[in-house]
Design a protein around this ligand. Structure first.
Ligand SMILES: C[S@@+](CC[C@H](N)C(=O)[O-])C[C@H]1O[C@@H](n2cnc3c(N)ncnc32)[C@H](O)[C@@H]1O
Length: 272
């Protein structure tokens, strides 16, 4: 009874504090943030991997217009620099034939990958639909069946997409050196993210690519499946031990509102 009374008040206050903190950080950063400079820095990172961000922007714009009848803008839903990276890699690397996505979600990224890499096989994995973790995450507990039906409809649009329901921990049993390109976007928390990165290093071919979504550098826990510093801790150790030699962190989005200390996150790119 007491909980029913105080819970909404508690939630209301938390939301108010969050909004206040957000507006305050935006106000402070606005004075020094220069989006042109942020784009320039992003361009330099792209060129480190011999990629052209503008080429990527042009291609992803064409692809999402064709598939979803919308232009690419980082303020739209799940759109972010990962798609620009995929596109610029697709432009320059015609030899990418086998792709793995860890974390299918609604299937849209698999479909985009199949369009960007028109001769590649895309394997995408997600938790089995009846698992607790599947139902209890990403607001799927109300109607996980409808979610799965929609996802499968999207995946069926390309014959080159193969969906495998499994926990990514099972990648431990997959054979080495299979994929040219791996998109790690499943659970972002420890210990799963460490396992996903280590398995991907084993599964990727020499000269392959691994990209990792939602890398937080600080201010986060290690065991939150959506927001975690787990990837960063893992990448730092792998880098220290020289297991990975060439990795960079790209801003996930370049606009001011995505660069506030409380929200900013990155996409890691590892090139072998
Ligand atoms: C952020 S979403 C993926 C988004 C998608 N890759 C995209 O680019 O739009 C994360 C997905 O990973 C799945 N996932 C979480 N833990 C997993 C695990 N251990 N193994 C496989 N998939 C997992 C979740 O069920 C969820 O659908």
């Amino acid at each position: 009874m007491l909980l029913r009374f105080f819970l909404p008040i508690y939630r209301f206050l938390i939301r108010k504090i969050y909004n206040f903190k957000y507006r305050f950080q935006k106000f402070v950063l606005k004075k020094s943030y220069n989006v042109t400079h942020a784009i320039h820095e992003q361009n330099i990172l792209f060129s480190h991997f011999k990629l052209d961000r503008n080429d990527g922007l042009n291609l992803i714009n064409k692809v999402v217009t064709k598939l979803f009848k919308t232009s690419y803008q980082e303020t739209k839903g799940m759109f972010s620099e990962h798609l620009v990276l995929f596109s610029s890699i697709a432009k320059n690397n015609k030899n990418i034939k086998n792709i793995l996505e860890i974390g299918t979600y609604d299937g849209k990224t698999s479909l985009i990958l199949s369009e960007l890499f028109p001769t590649a096989q895309i394997t995408t994995i997600d938790l089995p639909k009846n698992s607790k973790d599947f139902k209890n995450s990403y607001l799927r507990n109300f109607d996980s069946n409808a979610f799965v039906i929609n996802r499968n409809k999207i995946l069926k649009k390309s014959k080159r997409i193969k969906f495998i329901p499994c926990n990514s921990l099972e990648l431990l049993n997959w054979k080495n050196n299979q994929f040219d390109f791996i998109w790690i976007d499943g659970a972002h928390s420890l210990p799963i993210i460490t396992s996903d990165i280590i398995n991907s290093i084993r599964l990727v071919k020499s000269k392959g690519w691994i990209l990792i979504d939602d890398v937080f550098l600080d201010n986060r826990q290690i065991n939150n499946i959506y927001e975690s510093i787990g990837a960063k801790l893992t990448l730092d150790e792998l880098s220290k031990s020289k297991t990975i030699k060439d990795f960079k962190l790209f801003k996930k989005r370049v606009g001011l509102e995505f660069s506030l200390p409380m929200v900013k996150k990155y996409i890691a790119v590892i090139k072998f």
